[in-house]
Design a protein around this ligand. Structure first.
Ligand code: UDX
Length: 441
């Protein structure tokens, strides 16, 4: 099929390349010429494992092209909307500027029967407004949320754990005739994953939009739940990692997303739960989501607690102390520093008078652009040179595997803060280190 993908960020670039891999002819559209030039040259504009290889592979087939001109999307059977919906500065709600601009630019190029598939994470009600905006063209809107995780984006797109279609429905809640037709078109787009028995949920617009924010709210709640338990562990001498193991054996709870530490960050979870709360307020049901305020607070408290812990191991003050921070990305296998707990703690310590040196295998350039006043190093050993404290803030494999003796050779004081609960305390203590972590004795 012929597809267009509007917006080539973390979501769109991976979606475009993956759809071409599935055999479709794809044009990716983005207003950022630098991004488009990189993608045209087969280079990923951000770090995402597997994406460079995929771009090379599909680039050779000629099925994947990129443009800054939305007119080039004309003639595609399906147009995927993949632009960002960041948080409005100083407010909780989502900024729909890019979504609205994409739809407005697309409208003149739509033909009757074309399918517009919304993938961006939006406040519920947005799909209904877009459907209205495109209705005169005869094109049909399907809401088709995306659940990819950075670091696993290619795998998640080619082999999703579920597909969701939100279709236009009639007064009985049944898909309209044009909705059913649009569904068959999407079935053709996703023929390969559907043939691999990927579960498909067909529903209405409102449900499809809510699925995404509900899923992210649940994940955020799970992380904040275990981080709240970490606070209890800290005041009782219990170990949150053992607690998580023990409750995680209950299949109803499950061990995944129960890793206590610096908490969640990134371009999705924090802003999605806030936008969800803002939307609930607009709908007059803010009480239903008041717990998310607590989820957010627990999450942000972990960052404050980590700065306090640094102060504790420095006997009351971090002023003038050299602190090495291993990790700047919001999670490993990503160069994304949006709302990164690692970077936020690093910046806070620097603002409070410490001399902070940050390192990251992929995210230094992005981190430097955001916090130019921090110091940066290429490797963990360089960052840790003469350090009074070392903080492991993002659990890149190479930091998890670091040997206490190797680090001991360069630091001024053997003090390690494990912000992700990934190191073996006994191993570090045996090598003469003061080991501290969130939620562990
Ligand atoms: C998330 C959702 O997982 C994905 O389905 C959605 O499409 C987009 O948002 P992503 O932002 O890539 O994906 O990251 P995710 O793997 O969910 O991690 C989010 C944050 O939570 C990271 O900062 C991570 O370090 C943190 N986290 C995760 C924890 O602190 N503890 C955990 O147990 C798991």
């Amino acid at each position: 099929m012929r597809l267009s993908v509007i917006g080539c960020g973390y979501l769109g670039a991976v979606h475009a390349a993956s759809m071409a891999q599935l055999g479709h002819e794809v044009i990716g559209i983005d207003v950022d010429l630098k991004k488009v030039d990189a993608l045209r040259a087969g280079r990923a504009p951000f770090y995402e494992p597997g994406l460079p290889e995929l771009l090379t592979e599909v680039g050779a087939t000629g099925r994947l092209t990129f443009s800054t001109d939305i007119a080039d999307a004309a003639g595609a059977d399906v147009h995927f909307i993949c632009v960002g919906t960041p948080q409005v500065h100083g407010e909780f709600r989502a900024d729909l500027t890019f979504v609205n601009a994409a739809v407005e630019a697309l409208v003149p190029h739509l033909r009757p029967g074309d399918v517009v598939a919304g993938k961006s994470t939006v406040p519920v009600g947005t799909a209904e407004a877009i459907a209205e905006a495109i209705s005169a063209t005869g094109a049909v809107l399907v809401w088709n949320p995306e659940f990819l995780r950075e670091g696993f984006a290619v795998e998640d797109t080619l082999h999703p754990d579920r597909l969701v279609y939100g279709l236009p429905t009639d007064d009985d809640g049944e898909p309209t005739a044009e909705g059913s037709k649009a569904r068959s078109v999407l079935d053709e787009v996703y023929a390969t994953p559907l043939s691999e028995d990927t579960p498909l949920v067909v529903t209405d617009y409102a449900t499809a939009q809510l699925v995404k924010v509900a899923a992210n709210s649940f994940l955020a709640t799970k992380i904040s739940f275990i981080n709240a338990m970490a606070e209890l562990c800290e005041s009782t001498g219990a170990d949150v990692t053992r607690l998580a193991d023990a409750i995680g054996y209950d299949a109803r709870i499950g061990r995944r997303f129960l890793n206590a530490g610096l908490g969640f960050g990134g371009g999705c979870l924090p802003k999605d739960i806030r936008a969800f709360m803002a939307r609930a307020g607009e709908l007059g049901v803010s009480d239903a989501l008041s717990f998310l305020r607590e989820v957010d607070s627990i999450n942000m408290r972990r960052r404050v607690r980590m700065v306090d812990l640094a102060r504790e191991v420095c006997h009351g003050s971090i002023v003038g102390k050299r602190i090495a921070v291993l990790g700047a990305a919001f999670k490993p296998d990503s160069d994304d520093v949006r709302d990164s707990p690692a970077l936020s703690v690093a910046a806070q310590m620097q603002l409070q008078g410490a001399h902070v040196t940050v390192t990251d295998p992929q995210a230094v350039a992005n981190a430097r652009a955001k916090w130019p006043d921090l110091h940066f190093a290429d490797t963990a050993l360089e960052a840790a040179k003469d350090a009074d404290v070392v903080l492991l803030a993002t659990e890149w494999t190479e930091y998890c595997e670091i040997e206490p003796d190797a680090l001991a050779a360069v630091v001024a004081h053997r003090r390690i803060l494990d912000g992700r609960n990934v190191l073996k305390p006994a191993h570090w203590r045996a090598a003469g280190w003061t080991y501290r972590a969130l939620g562990r004795p």
